[in-house]
Every structure is written in C-alpha cells, then in structure tokens.
Design a protein. Sequence first.
Length: 328
Amino acid sequence: MSKEVNLLCFDEFQVTDIADAVILKRLFEILYKNYVVMVATSNRHPDKLYLQGLQRHLFLPYIEELKVKCVVVHVSAKDFRVRHDIVSHKYLFPSPESKDSQYASLSESHKERIKQKGGSYQEMSQDVKLELNKHLIGATDINMVVNEKSKGENYIVNEEIHKEFKKIFKTLTDGHKPQSKAIEVMQGRVINCKNWIHGVGYFHFSELCEEAVGAADYIAVAQNCSTILLEGIPVFDLSSNRNALRRFINLVDELYNHSVKLYCTAEASLDELFKVRKEEEDIFDEAFAFDRTKSRLIEMQSDFWFKKQQNFTKKMTKTKVKKKTTDF
C-alpha cells in the first residue's frame, strides 16, 4: 500500500473490537515508517478511541503514536444530516395513546402477567412478550413478525403499525408475491431474506441484529436490496441487548454507505430508542456511536434521501415476475 499511496484519508474513524485494534496498530506502524500521511475525521478524541474495549492496553501504544504523528484538531460543527425535512411513514413507532389502547385490549390474565413482571412492557420476559404478540396480531401472522427460534421477542408488536408496514411493502412491490432469497456473502456463506422482490427486502430486527451476523453480511444485504423494511427495533440499553445494539449501529452504517432506502418500525421514537445513563455516555463506544446512528436515521427519513436514491433504484436489475398477487 505504501508503494502506491502517499495520503490515506478516513472518514468517521472508529475502533470497535480487539481485532480491528490490533490490525490498525500494526498497519499504521508500517505506514508511518514509509512516510504515508494520514488524515482522519472522528467523533472521538484519540484518547477515547476503543474506550472500555477488551484488552485495550494492547491498543494504547498506538494512541500515543497517533498523537505524535498527527495533529489533533477539535472542530465544532452542526450536524448537516438533520437539516432536511422528514418524510412521514418511514420510521413508525406507537404513540403513548396507542400503547394505552393496546394495553386496554389485553385480557385480564395478560394484564396481570405484565404487573407481575414489573408493570411495563420493557421489564417483561421474552416468553410473556411473545405470548402478547400472538394475542395482538393473531397466530397466523406471528411468523411474519417474530422468529420464535430467535431472541426477537423483545419487541411488543403494535397491531396498527404492523398492518401499515405490510401495506407499505405491498405498495413498494406493486403487490407481487415476495420470494425467499439467499444472499451470498462470502466463501459459501449466505444470509436469507424470507421476503424479497424487485430489490425490496423485508427483515425482522432479530434476523439481522440478534444472529451471528456482521459487517460483511450487511454489505451483501445492501448490495442486493435498494430498499429494506426492518420491523421490530426494540428500545436499547447497555445491559440487556448491547450486542444487538452494536450490530444495529453497524447495519445502519452499511445501509447509509450504500444509499439504501430504509423503512422501520420501532418500539419508541428515535429520541427514546436508546436508554443510557449520564455516567455511561462518555464511557461506552456504543453510547457515543449511537449519536451517529440517530443522525443517519434522521437523514434517511428525509425527502432529500429518498429523491437521492431514485437513480440508484433504477439501476437495480428487476426480477421478472409472471404472476401478480397480494398474498403476503
């Protein structure tokens, strides 16, 4: 690399795991010795890179070298992503009134089980939430919303939003019957999309963020889907679903980088989607990285973003469908 490159630029520089930390340390030791200049932007000061990371002490020498080799400049700027007008019906979540109505529709036995688990949806066990989901949307639709073999039951389905989301999918696909698509990742590995047609993929959150998937999978998904519908994003915190949060952050990064149109349903608004205590904000990378995720999701809901994608969408090769149907 140093034989062909004199200047190396990174945007949104971050370190999230020990493998990256070790590779970066060795890579830049060699690049610096060969007089390659690095310019990078980051939401973190060098001293806070890979903060609280596993075996971070192995990465600390690189941080010191980074501060010696590079001039650290603090830039204060507004977030350009949030300046666009938001388009409705791209990020769906239940209103407090909807949740109250949903709760009122439950049987007394369901209400009692909620009270026994702490009186709130968030504190219920997954088996109780799955039971409530079945009650709320009906057993015939449960496989469309949650995978009972996964951990995806930590989200309470809102019946109205679920139906609206299905309508959006039918509109985007012109009513054609979706098909299962095996998306090739690498070395024979595939990630399955159970409902895909004409570059539109319908996933549940558990399929993409609670299984053993990573950046390579998300890149493959983004390359095969011009539009993604992601159902069932739960409220995050750093104790109960931290790994899912990290995957969700990576997923949004790749969808953003590949200019994918994104429709979501979530348990709460963006402002309430990540619960983090004040003392955790400057300690955990996830707390810091989620600000970028939130910013990107805001831009991805904008009219600017969806118009920007039109040319990209036209380039997608459409699968020929002989029969038109509304089964879904």
